[in-house]
Design a protein around this ligand. Structure first.
Ligand code: ADP
Ligand code: MG
Length: 722
């Protein structure tokens, strides 16, 4: 029988009913209800003004203040008609979170009355006191000015609470000296960098009409849902978002009965409310299903422009968390809430394209498009090979370390999966024999006649961190709790860099009169000779690959965040970001500092919690049990029964270990070294292993101590009772 506190929780859960929400609405009523969409702008703005806004959004032309004034007026009228009294500049600091500062529309008049007011200047620019946001030393607190500036390319929306709505305006966040303090600014810059280099290359391929090129993103979000009543009884879930202790449940995911199984009703009701809110905010929720682990689920939208998708992804995480609360559930976005079963990732599907040439990573049907595809795909291959460690660094967090390298998620070694057909094509390019021969009767190659690919020909590879999936790449190593901005910025930047390199190498050949085809294939061959090593189609989990990748292919295996983050300080990375205009050296350095600090803080919070839970919850329960055992042994021997003190000995031994290890952990916490890199290493090499060892004694005790005395809700309860 569970302890009384746990029993009370289980009884609460037993009585839960699915929470009915308002009657279902049709999509066209829901869609963009809470968004100041282009459609709403078109209706509200004078024709010329609307055209100017459209030009800014679609072509990136400069936003005029006089235009902003008119838009602000219309936006305010729309929002206040819906009951908004406040507006908020929403921005995305380096902490993976979303930040807001709220201001009232109110403007008191001299005569005691008040009106609402909202000018173009206020729409376009805000000045929150940014001093409390981590900035990695870009500014000291005495010069804490930070500015938010309206990002017109992402629509404004209304955030609704039971007591009204707030107008939310997506913004970038920069310092007084103009440095990016957020995740949106570099994303916009990286898009511009890709646009510039892709444009250059397309022109060389003979294109004359080239619409602005943008990156796209569709992010699949995995998450766990457990009943919220467990959380107050688990300080680790409450403060660290994951369980630091817990013996495995007898049944886990070994039956594979959860994946794509029937969605439990309570969860489905939750999902439907989430989707409805997403539709109101113009977020195109598209798929939902059970994931591999018990109580694990996934939601994925239809892809959008990377910048908008990123804002929408942040909103999705907020909606998941807040809606769960309403339904008596806790949505766990941590990458590894429970040991021993799958963790959660966020697959970032990414491509680039535009309105005139379409998706530039679509293999397509016509030879001309294929040549284009091969060059863009080759650029990706080169980028991933040169900057794989960067991709590892931008997904490095304390929580994602539990996935990467563990036997369920992509490994920490960044390789590219192309699928057998494409891998074959690129192998031929490497060997310089892409010359009119047909392979397996499927593809017909000639200098002029490049192959036709079967789009679904590429198989799936769940063990690759970075896989081509038909017409896009899927970066599968991103953590469930992360902003997708960092990965997208890096992908765009390395692509821009490689497209630039390819263009630089095509240029002299074309100038010398070589045909586009032959020049392209020659450059691609060079790419493959230098970088083809990054392509891997086998099992990414295997030990063989871990050895081969490092020893034979020269790829890096950066196991922990402490290994990966220092990559950001490498000269090659600094030059990459500077050359492409995406991040200045100061901005990059600040990112290293902030991410390192986040890692250190996360590990230290966990270590403190581990000591606290072990000493104040687990140890007392175990000692009480030991006392009970002693009493009963005494009784047994007084009755002349044969006594077996084995359990007592085991409990006592685990208790001893628990006290020793928690003591060591506390000491290690108190002896943190100075200097960021040393501190990172201390966390990864000392604190994490000590926590793992401490876990062994605590979980050992859970297998022995009377369930009636055990204070923490068990894995079995949390994962299976809802
Ligand atoms: P799977 O789980 O099989 O990978 P999903 O349908 O769950 O597939 O997710 C695929 C994601 O990829 C969706 O968000 C989809 O919109 C997105 N996607 C499709 N095409 C592109 C593209 N060109 N650029 C970016 N994302 C894309
Ligand atoms: Mg996927």
């Amino acid at each position: 029988m569970p302890s009384p506190q746990r029993l009370a929780v289980l009884q609460t859960i037993q009585q839960r009913q699915p929470i009915a929400t308002p009657p279902a609405q049709k999509l066209d009523e829901l869609w963009c209800q809470d968004v100041f969409s282009l459609e709403k702008m078109k209706a509200a703005l004078p024709k010329e003004i609307f055209k100017s806004v459209q030009r800014t959004i679609k072509e990136g032309s400069k936003l005029d203040v006089s235009v902003a004034n008119v838009v602000a007026q219309a936006m305010k009228e729309w929002a206040t008609a819906r009951g908004a009294l406040y507006y908020s500049h929403v921005f995305y600091p380096l902490t993976n979170t979303t930040a807001e500062k709220h201001d009232g529309f109110i403007s008191p008049q001299g005569d005691g009355t008040a009106i609402t007011e909202f000018t173009g200047k206020v729409l376009v620019q805000g000045e929150p006191d940014g001093s409390s946001f981590p900035n990695g030393g870009i500014r000291s607190t005495f010069e804490a000015r930070g500015y938010t500036a309206w990002d017109i390319t992402s629509p404004a929306w209304l955030m609704e609470t039971p007591n009204g709505v707030t107008l939310c305006i997506p913004t970038v966040f920069v310092s007084w000296t103009g440095e990016a303090l957020d995740k949106k600014t570099p994303l916009l810059r990286s898009n511009a960098a890709v646009n510039k280099q892709a444009n250059r290359l397309l022109k060389m391929l003979g294109e004359s009409e080239i619409a602005p090129i943008n990156s796209s993103c569709g992010a699949e979000q995995e998450y766990f849902l457990i009943d919220s009543a467990y959380v107050p009884l688990r300080p680790d879930l409450l403060l660290a978002g994951r369980t630091l202790f817990g013996k495995p449940s007898a049944k886990g995911q070994q039956f594979d009965d959860h994946y794509f199984g029937a969605i439990p009703e309570r969860v489905q009701v939750f999902m439907q409310e989430v989707e409805r809110q997403m539709y109101r905010l113009g977020i195109p929720a598209k798929t939902r299903h059970n994931e591999v682990a018990p109580s694990q689920f996934e939601i994925a939208p239809f892809f959008e422009a990377a910048n908008v998708a990123t804002d929408h992804q942040q909103l999705t995480m907020t909606i998941l968390r807040s809606t769960a609360k309403k339904h008596g559930l806790a949505c766990l976005l941590h990458e590894k809430p429970f040991a021993g079963i799958n963790g959660s990732g966020k697959h970032v599907n990414w491509s680039i394209g535009n309105a005139t040439q379409g998706n530039l990573l679509d293999p397509g049907q016509t030879p001309h498009e294929n040549l284009q595809f091969l060059l863009f795909c080759g650029a990706v291959i080169r980028g991933i090979h040169l900057y794989g460690p960067l991709l590892r660094a931008v997904i490095a967090t304390a929580s994602n370390d539990h996935r990467l390298g563990a036997n369920e998620a992509p490994p920490a070694i960044i390789s590219v999966y192309l699928g057998s057909q494409l891998e074959d094509v690129f192998t031929q390019i490497r060997e310089g024999r892409l010359s009119g021969s047909s392979i397996g009767g499927v593809m017909n190659f000639g200098v002029d006649t490049l192959p036709e690919f079967d789009k679904d020909a590429g198989d799936r590879n769940r063990t690759s961190p970075f896989a081509f999936t038909g017409n896009r790449f899927e970066f599968r190593a991103v953590g469930s709790n992360q902003s997708v901005a960092g990965p997208l910025v890096s992908l765009n930047t390395i692509l821009a860099d490689s497209l630039g390199w390819i263009a630089d190498h095509l240029e002299p050949r074309l100038a010398a009169g070589e045909s586009v085809e032959s020049a392209s294939l020659a450059v691609l061959q060079q790419v493959m000779e230098q970088h083809g090593n990054v392509i891997f189609g086998g099992n990414g989990y295997s030990e063989e690959w871990h050895r081969m990748a490092v020893e034979e292919r020269g790829l890096e295996n950066l196991r922990t965040t402490a290994d990966a983050l220092p990559v950001l300080a490498r000269p090659a990375i600094r030059e990459l970001f500077e050359r492409t205009g995406v991040l200045t050296p100061v901005e990059l350095q600040s990112r290293f500092e902030v991410y390192a600090e986040q890692y250190i803080l996360a590990i230290e919070v966990e270590a403190k919690l581990a000591v606290q839970i072990a000493r104040t919850q687990v140890y007392p329960a175990a000692m009480r049990y030991l006392g009970e055992l002693a009493e009963s042994l005494k009784l047994q021997s007084s009755l002349g029964m044969e006594v077996s003190p084995e359990t007592s000995r085991q409990v006592a031994s685990f208790c001893q270990q628990l006290m020793d290890l928690s003591g060591q952990l506390q000491t290690a916490l108190d002896q943190a070294p100075h200097g960021t890199e040393a501190h990172l290493r201390h966390c990864a090499d000392t604190l994490v292993p000590l926590m793992d060892q401490l876990r062994t004694s605590v979980d050992g005790l859970e297998t022995l101590v009377d369930d009636n005395l055990w204070p923490l809700p068990s894995y079995q309860e949390m994962l299976f009772v809802r």
